[in-house]
Design a protein around this ligand. Structure first.
Ligand SMILES: Cc1ncc(COP(=O)(O)O)c(C=O)c1O
Length: 305
């Protein structure tokens, strides 16, 4: 059974992706091809993806920037028409929905992260969803050293249940019981976390509405539900963005830009690319603090002063 991506295949992903997604492609011996993003949402679009499709394109790996779902109908349709595997990096979209369906379940595979910076935090770890039953079986083997049985009790060899064979050299990428137990408790709290993040985002929306030198994130469409993982503002020019970041840092307020365009990272060897929207966004976008423990009092901004 073939994997989603074989060496020498091409995988398209938005240049504003997490470095781990691109590294996984390279680790597989495949070639990563970066596409542009929408200037305001920083999500990949079907049009930007289509521009990068070649006969070698095997998969597309999108992410839902800040928890806001991509325009999935168009992307799913494009991938289906071109017979390209769709993988959703849903690390930022643990509770994001597009037309009522969970992000991460539109393509052939979806991944989630539960690391320390995410919404649902387990210390570390993550989750993978794979639609195809055979690929899922193979994945289960791959994430646990190639082993099929989980314990001697489930080994089909009745006597001598310690004997085994493997048909793949898998790695050990399973979560441990302690992280999983934390995850189950976090899962119960997830709706509260999302509600708090939504509240913070709405507070930013109203407090910053009249700041004429800041562009706020586009309003959600009625069929999009966000996880409110990030909240980003955009300035008219790079100098204002950098000045704002330094000013806030001086006040001990941490802001950042995610995700620094990967075609600008030397090791990928793709500096020749020109992806104008991503480049403009990378110079003028700033992600403001947003998390479920942020007290309203800390958001008492005196914007514009
Ligand atoms: C979009 C995105 N994908 C993937 C990851 C990686 O998650 P992990 O390190 O848990 O694999 C991150 C982490 O920051 C992320 O932001």
């Amino acid at each position: 059974m073939k994997c989603f991506v074989e060496p020498s295949d091409e995988v398209i992903m938005p240049t504003c992706s997490f470095v781990g997604a691109a590294n996984a492609v390279v680790d597989r011996g495949a070639r990563v091809v970066f596409c542009d993003v929408d200037k305001l949402t920083l999500n990949a679009t079907a049009k930007a993806i289509e521009e990068k499709i070649s006969p070698a394109t095997k998969a597309v790996c999108i992410l839902h920037f800040g928890g806001v779902p991509c325009e999935l109908d168009e992307i799913v349709e494009l991938c289906a028409a071109k017979n390209i595997t769709l993988i959703e990096d849903s690390a930022t979209a643990v509770s994001s929905f597009y037309k009522g369906k969970a992000c991460g379940t539109f393509g052939q595979a979806g991944t989630w992260s539960f690391d320390a910076m995410k919404i649902l935090v387990c210390g570390d770890g993550g989750m993978i969803y794979v639609k195809d039953a055979d690929k899922f079986k193979k994945l289960r083997q791959n994430i646990y050293l190639g082993l099929v049985s989980q314990s001697g009790f489930t080994n089909s060899v009745d006597s001598k249940w310690w004997e085994f064979q493997i048909d793949t050299f898998g790695r050990r990428s399973i979560m441990n019981d302690i992280s999983s137990a934390i995850g189950l408790v976090q899962l119960e709290k997830l709706p509260k976390f999302i509600a708090k993040r939504k509240h913070v985002a709405e507070l930013y929306d109203s407090l910053l509405a009249n700041v004429d030198w800041l562009k706020l994130p586009p309003p959600l469409k009625d069929y999009q539900k966000s996880s409110y993982y990030m909240y980003h503002v955009q300035t008219k020019n790079p100098e204002d963005r950098d000045r704002l970041a330094s000013y806030l840092r001086g006040k001990n307020i941490y802001t950042t830009f995610r995700y620094y365009p990967l075609h600008w990272v030397n090791l990928y060897g793709q500096k020749f690319e020109h992806l104008p929207n991503a480049e403009a966004a990378a110079l003028c976008t700033l992600c403001l603090p947003i998390h479920q423990s942020l007290a309203d009092g800390k958001l008492n901004l005196s914007a514009g002063k």
